[in-house]
Design a protein around this ligand. Structure first.
Ligand code: AMP
Length: 423
């Protein structure tokens, strides 16, 4: 039997309801704040991600599904949404619109990662980007919107990690300073940290080795090295979050797998998730649009994993699908003589008319006997069943009470409508 590829999954109808509820909350929360939906293609020129996400990142080095389009151009299935949205912003001249341009998306992304719980090769993200604003209110508002979405979904045991990266120049100077510090304390460091001093000096902060932790306590912190305007921006973001009652942990060791961030950086984690604890995160990326060939434009945004949010979410109140009317048929001896055609045509027309009148209606399609049809209507939790047994008439049965009466076919829809929709 052919199976879906490793690291992918089917969204079955029973999963679709929770995902629908998530989409509903995302749309409500983001559109109320002026974000408008955007969808970009599933693949892009590889160069967009190489330039946008960064050549040196794990994503670009190891995780992209890249292929030749047959004409010598290299294409890549999108591994993330920010670079494509910025590409669309530049391509469609959105910098000429009143700024900021606020966009949101709900799309699938592709990364060749080792699959495990909460980590897939095709996964979905909800994302929001505010392009064209340098104000700290934009950063803070985005964080609050993601917090609201997680709250609405009942994602619990959350922690918000917050940091600021300053500018790439500050970061480069800080990196050199940290490397000098690590070299000077080399004897106190665990071998695996020592081996990666040049490659990834920041990882030293994440080490669980006691002696390394001791040494890192007095290591220089990037947050103490921010330029005055970056520090001021960060202080204002924190002030706004404090005013909004959003709790966060200042975490100068926070790193994310994308190169484009400047200034604010944040991530929500849920203790409900185990190893893959990141639910969603983002930050400011003031240089990205210039990097992909657009005008210099300040921007910030976030992306949150749909599957992770659903794994960490509580019960999502789901609206039960309502079925107002099930149209059953019972062929009489006289109709059977004529091949049952009249009754079935009348039933077909009744189901269509019911839908046109705004009712949820289904027609028997599996050739069941009357008993089987009633059972099916019951499984579907139909409110009414109309049993058509001769072209002009039906027996309308209210399923809950079992009450039934003979009606002219034309009366059936009126009767169901008159009874109203359940709350
Ligand atoms: P990132 O684009 O790496 O910042 O990821 C943002 C969010 O997307 C993460 O916090 C996860 O919730 C989700 N995510 C990232 N990679 C995967 C993956 N391979 N499978 C499922 N969800 C993912």
């Amino acid at each position: 039997m052919i199976q879906a590829p490793r690291g992918t999954f089917d969204v079955l109808p029973e999963d679709a309801a929770r995902r629908g509820a998530l989409e509903h909350h995302a749309r409500r929360i983001l559109e109320r704040a002026g974000y408008r939906r955007i969808e970009t293609p599933a693949f892009e020129a590889t160069e967009l991600f190489a330039r946008g996400v960064g050549e040196a990142t794990d994503i670009v080095q190891k995780e992209m599904y890249t292929f030749d389009d047959g004409g010598g151009r290299s294409l890549t299935l999108r591994p993330e949404g920010t670079a494509p949205v910025c590409r669309a912003y530049v391509q469609h001249g959105m910098h000429k619109l009143p700024q900021p341009v606020k966009l949101w998306y709900l799309s699938s992304f592709f990364r060749a990662e080792a699959p495990q719980r909460g980590r897939y090769r095709q996964f979905w993200q909800v994302g929001a980007e505010a392009i064209g604003s340098a104000e700290p209110e934009a950063d803070a508002e985005l964080i609050v919107l993601l917090a609201e979405l997680l709250e609405a979904l009942g994602v619990r045991e959350l922690r918000l990690r917050l940091s600021s990266l300053g500018s790439p120049e500050t970061r480069a100077a800080y990196r050199a300073e940290l490397i000098d510090y690590l070299r000077a304390h080399e004897r106190q460091l665990a071998p695996e940290v020592r081996a990666r001093i040049e490659l990834n000096p920041l990882r030293a902060f994440d080490s669980s080795d006691r002696s390394t932790r001791e040494a890192m306590r007095s290591a220089p912190k990037l947050l103490d090295r921010l330029a005055a305007d970056d520090a001021e921006h960060f202080a204002r973001v924190r002030e706004l979050l404090d005013d909004a009652g959003i709790a966060y942990d200042l975490d100068p060791t926070l790193v994310r797998g994308l190169d484009y961030y400047t200034r604010t950086l944040f991530e929500f984690e849920s203790a409900r998730l185990g190893a893959q604890s990141g639910v969603g995160g983002g930050g400011r990326y003031d240089r990205l649009i210039e990097q992909i060939g657009g005008p210099r434009t300040p921007a910030c945004g976030w992306a949150a994993g749909v599957e992770r949010m659903l794994l960490a979410a509580g019960e999502l109140p789901l609206a039960e699908p309502v079925l107002d009317l099930y149209v059953a048929t019972q062929t009489s001896a006289s109709d059977a003589k004529r091949g049952g055609g009249q009754v079935r045509r009348a039933a077909f027309a009744l189901a269509l008319d019911a839908r046109r009148a705004g009712l949820a209606a289904q027609l028997e399609l599996a050739g069941r006997g009357l008993k089987g049809q009633l059972k099916q209507a019951d499984r579907l939790r139909a409110r009414y069943v109309a049993i058509v047994s001769e072209p002009g008439h039906a027996l309308l049965r209210e399923m809950e009470s079992g009450e039934q009466r003979e009606l002219e076919l034309g009366q059936v829809i009126h009767e169901v409508l008159r009874a109203g929709h359940p709350a």
